[in-house]
Design a protein around this ligand. Structure first.
Ligand code: ZN
Ligand code: ZN
Ligand code: FE
Length: 791
């Protein structure tokens, strides 16, 4: 006979962990108790030693959604308890507040959902302690029903019995509901005319599903309410409707995410490795980027779904309602994937309130499938891919936020970090954890900026967080910086500013637990530098209290700062003019790529060479409106333009992603081929010159008519070669062997793969992002560590 006290940390609350432990203890004949403490679950068990061991082995493995971060096991004295009990929660450290993320519908609930004898047959709001909405329905804490948007629904007797029974799967399942007592569905058309009134029975839901499936198959666009906001939904195999969606959403090129009934259907269209399968099926249920298969399986996916990309973004149904729609399609023998893209106008935030939805989406959607359970806070779908058998985030939001990320670091203050202006998130840091907000988005429109401020307010209130230090980006014109400074003034809190790429570096260091001096390779589009110029191809050397800029690529000229990011042909023309000074040559080249592009994209370029060239020449010669930038993204822009891939970045990173796309299959063949470059050493810094490289690319495209796929591969190879050479020089000079890779350009799989592998072969310890995105969504996480300089 022995007794043990076990403390379990991680995602173990609000997921049905206690009933699970109860049953496990019974199985092994153990007595004792389990209870929720504020930041962990405490278990006391006593019984035969071998049973205790089996118990411990089992509980850390078999729970479907708990994610155990840490287990502390201590011997305890024997009390000869006669039973195993679930005890009331105990608040030990009142300042640790945990808000669970939304969870995909669980298998048990699916079984009930599809069982005609179950009282919740086809009930679109079925949930239990192991699944359902959480974060998006919580208005305030503690997480009790009365503090959620479910408060207006009074549980019926049956539901209440489940809710109060410690052994029931719905014990304290706050959104618990059924036909009798819970929310229902409604359908309206785009004139707001009600097509179906609130559903109250399985028969009602059947009618709604019949209608929805019929409309999807007719090629209609639907706005469907999900956990964290509205989706625009249509048949992904129907060219006409997908094209119409692109036009009306004003989103010409960015790939649309899709949802499919099950993994088999996803496998028809894309390659699904073991890790991707795990992610797709996980309780977080993110969009996973998967390599496309040749599009030959019927029904074929419309070519408008994902243009100029090697990937499809797929996810599996995660709300009961989504599941039912696919189930119904399946019953109709239509196993088609559906477009499931966020309901918004181009880059605005996803809408999540009915009034907003009608106002913003009525010209896009034909019908609205809504319900009367309110969403309290917006939460977009998460997006990720697999790199080296592990998750690599593009966007970390639904399913993860706002759960804390535990770190190997002790924050001495409560820090609020405001992030950057693109792909914004903000972060709260305290003790040994960081709460990174859900995806806020680009702070370039009023809705997004409002949502940013309101979300900060909500988080501070709900997490009872009292920041005593603020941190924001160094960029004085960032909205996030302005709001941070305003907040600092209004609340008399100190606000420090942190250089953008250093924040990227710290982000990767913090999640990997590296606090000593290392090399940070930070490639991204734009970031404000310490010398007031634009940085973005940085080799920083630093630790958590300071950094130096040890190397970078030579700046190129941007013609007009912000506009040139969306219209990078301006920078390319400026480059060609400076190098060749030959208008006729450049004009011939312009016609060459214009023709190429017009035949490819099937549309005319609407402006003339003469106008553009003369104005750019004038600006360059008189040095007006010219900004210099080291952004790696800008070099990719020019190369993409030279390869004839386009004139515009239709969305952030469009041209660079396109360049990656065309080069990816050739890359394996390219081996040692590289373009010419120079690395200079001046003022204690290495500077990589890309002038010759860009000229050679121009000549390869225009004079030598080489295949642009090969050119792209060779270009990627060169950038990787330059980077590794610089890192080797830095190691030799400063004797540092740890390298962190961060910045949005490391979404580029060729570059990430190639630099990562080369560095490893040279014996470097290389660290990449696994917990937050490498792009600007990870900035706020890194900023929290930057405060260290001052505290
Ligand atoms: Zn469930
Ligand atoms: Zn009920
Ligand atoms: Fe950045």
């Amino acid at each position: 006979m022995k007794a043990k006290r076990i403390e379990v940390f991680g995602k173990v609350q609000s997921v049905g962990f206690r009933p699970f432990i109860y049953n496990l203890a019974k199985k092994f004949n153990l007595t004792g108790y389990v209870k929720n403490k504020t930041s962990y679950v405490e278990i006391l068990v006593e019984g035969k030693e071998e049973n205790l061991e089996k118990f411990i082995k089992d509980f850390s493995k078999t729970h479907p959604i708990a994610q155990i971060e840490k287990i502390l096991i201590k011997e305890d004295h024997i009390r000869n308890l006669d039973s195993f009990k679930i005890l009331e929660s105990e608040q030990t450290t009142p300042d640790f507040i945990y808000i669970p993320a939304d969870i995909k519908i669980c298998d048990e609930c699916i079984k009930e959902l599809l069982n005609p004898k179950d009282r919740r047959y086809l009930y679109p709001f079925i949930n239990c302690t192991q699944c359902g909405p959480r974060f998006t329905i919580i208005e305030e804490l503690p997480y009790d029903r009365k503090n959620t948007t479910m408060k207006i629904f009074k549980m019926c007797e049956d539901c209440l019995n489940e809710y109060q029974d410690p052994l029931n799967r719905r014990f304290h399942a706050q959104p618990n509901a059924c036909y009798k007592c819970g929310p229902g569905l409604m359908i309206k058309d785009n004139n707001l005319k009600t097509i179906f009134k609130l559903t109250k029975s399985a028969e009602d839901v059947e009618k709604v599903l019949d209608f929805i499936v019929k409309k999807i198959l007719e090629g209609k666009i639907l706005a469907i309410k999900s956990f964290g906001g509205y989706h625009l939904v249509c048949d992904a195999t129907n060219d006409d409707v997908v094209f119409r969606l692109r036009k009306s959403k004003n989103r010409e090129f960015k790939p649309f995410a899709m949802m499919a009934y099950n993994l088999d259907i996803i496998r028809k269209y894309s390659y699904v490795d073991k890790e991707s399968e795990k992610l797709l099926s996980s309780s977080q249920s993110p969009i996973v980027l998967l390599l496309k298969k040749p599009n030959i399986e019927e029904p074929r996916i419309s070519e408008f779904v994902s243009v100029e990309s090697n990937y499809y973004g797929f996810m599996l149904p995660y709300t009961p309602l989504q599941y039912l729609i696919f189930y119904w399609l399946n019953k109709n023998n239509k196993n088609i994937p559906l477009i499931m893209t966020s309901g918004n106008l181009s880059d605005e935030p996803q809408v999540f309130k009915e009034t907003q939805a009608f106002e913003k989406l009525k010209d896009i959607a034909d019908y609205f499938l809504i319900y009367n359970r309110k969403i309290n806070i917006r939460c977009d779908d998460s997006v990720c891919r697999v790199f080296n058998n592990d998750v690599y985030f593009i966007r970390r939001s639904r399913g993860w936020s706002p759960e804390p990320i535990f770190v190997n670091y002790n924050f001495k203050k409560q820090i609020l970090a405001f992030g950057a202006d693109l792909k914004n998130t903000f972060s709260l840091a305290k003790d040994n954890y960081v709460i990174v907000s859900h995806h806020i988005g680009d702070l370039d429109n009023l809705d997004a900026i409002d949502s940013f401020s309101q979300s900060i307010e909500y988080y501070l209130k709900t997490f009872k967080f009292k920041p005593d230090l603020l941190v924001c980006d160094l960029h004085p014109l960032y909205e996030s910086s302005k709001i941070a400074k305003e907040f600092a003034k209004n609340n008399s809190i100190e606000c420090i500013t942190l250089q953008h790429h250093y924040a990227h570096m710290l982000s990767c260091m913090l999640e990997n637990g590296i606090f000593e001096r290392c090399i940070g390779v930070i490639f991204d589009g734009t970031g404000y530098g310490l010398d007031n110029t634009i940085w973005g191809s940085e080799f920083l050397v630093g630790d958590i209290s300071s950094f130096i800029r040890k190397a970078h690529f030579e700046p190129i000229s941007l013609v007009g700062a912000d506009i040139s990011i969306k219209q990078p042909y301006r920078n390319a023309l400026a480059f060609l003019y400076k190098e060749y000074k030959d208008k006729k040559l450049i004009k011939d080249f312009w016609s060459f790529i214009t023709n190429k592009l017009e035949s490819k994209q099937n549309k005319e370029i609407s402006f003339s060479f003469e106008e553009i060239f003369d104005s750019i020449k004038f600006l360059v010669e008189n040095n007006i409106n010219i900004v210099s930038s080291c952004g790696m993204g800008r070099i990719f822009d020019i190369v993409a333009f030279l390869c004839g891939l386009g004139f515009f970045n239709y969305y952030e990173g469009y041209l660079p992603q396109n360049l990656e796309y065309i080069g990816s299959y050739e890359f394996k063949e390219i081996k040692d081929e590289i373009y010419t470059y120079e690395i200079k050493y001046q003022d204690n810094k290495y500077i990589a010159n890309t002038r010759l490289l860009l000229k050679e690319i121009f000549e390869d495209v225009f004079f030598n008519k080489k295949d642009v796929k090969k050119i792209s591969a060779k270009f990627h190879n060169t950038i990787s070669k330059i980077s590794v050479e610089i890192i080797l020089k830095i190691r030799e000079e400063l004797n540092i062997n740890k390298v962190v890779l961060s910045g949005g350009v490391f979404q580029n799989q060729i570059l990430l793969f190639s630099i990562y592998n080369k560095l490893q072969s040279f014996g470097f310890e290389v660290f990449i992002h696994r917990k937050v995105p490498c792009n600007d969504a990870g900035i706020s996480f890194g900023q929290t560590l930057g405060c260290n300089i001052y505290v």
